[in-house]
Design a protein around this ligand. Sequence first.
Ligand code: PLP
Length: 359
Amino acid sequence: MRLLNPGPVTLSERVRRALLRPDLCHREPEFAELQARLRRGLEQVYGGSDHAAVLLTGSGTAAVEAMLGSLVDRSALVVANGVYGERMAAILDRQGKPCEVVRSAWTEPLDLAAVEARLERQRPGHVVAVHHETTTGRLNDLPGLGALCRRSGVPLLLDAVSSFGGAAIDLEAWNVEACAATANKCLHGVPGISFVLARRPALARRSASPSLYLDLMTHFREQERGSTPFTQAVHACHALDEALAEFAEAGGWRARAALYARRSALVARCGLAPYLPEGSSDILRAYRLPEPYGALHDRLKAAGFVIYAGQGDLQGEMFRVAVMGDLPEEELVRLAGLLRPPEELPRGGRKPAGAPDPR
Ligand SMILES: *Cc1c(COP(=O)(O)O)cnc(C)c1O
């Protein structure tokens, strides 16, 4: 089965085999070594900064929640245009932190003019945003938002869960105090491990975390000493270790971004209308539904592909195709053939799933 949902991804054989490595106690020096290597590997993905990686056992949301809970110590301005921006506002609300939201429609870019006006009026403690809004597959204008943060001196907290390793991230130019991400999206690991990259001085502050388990500072302090406060997902760490080796050998984030661009171009040959008129990423693209979602999903699943529904009200309008993970190009060519709108097929109706491309 080829997974076209935005994580977990289809594993390479190499990463899958890493799950069979010998059992390891998280209190033994072998685990300390593995953990240190993972942290170094993650810190090197975007290179040369004073950001330290903190590993967490949990999905991407755990990393986002730990980042917001531990680092937002005053107030936050959330800039949102989709499910994941709204989720960060909901997390801050649960944590009882003062939070204001600058919203735009889910089909629209971030409202940078409103952010700029807001920052001129009064500075929040942090600006909070999503890099790649997986709701629609929009790569948000972080160079633009980051420049506002840099200019106003307000640190940025970034949900980079579905972009880390697959798109450009400029930690310095965007004034990123911390970003949260996961092993099982663009890095092609297995679910279970997520992480936050945060500036060392920020991690030396007093933690603002209302949660004991998701206190980033506790994890950081222990990991710096070669330890971990709680049990880590050891097998997922082995898989991430292999996934990071594969990632580095293949040429890092630039090579991965180029790979996704080639893959998304192959899928776009299906000719379906893109859901976003502009601003789509190469990591995930949303298309207008040519038929009811359930029918399309089941037909593709029978042919070996799992596509992803729209969220909320978007379920009836669009579906999503993410191109992370182990996906041979010939499979994406086959997918584009299966997705081609019915009116483009020769007389006789829809060709059976998996049949050769009629063109
Ligand atoms: C996948 C994702 C998350 C986290 O989802 P989990 O299911 O908790 O891993 C957060 N933000 C974005 C933008 C995502 O794509």
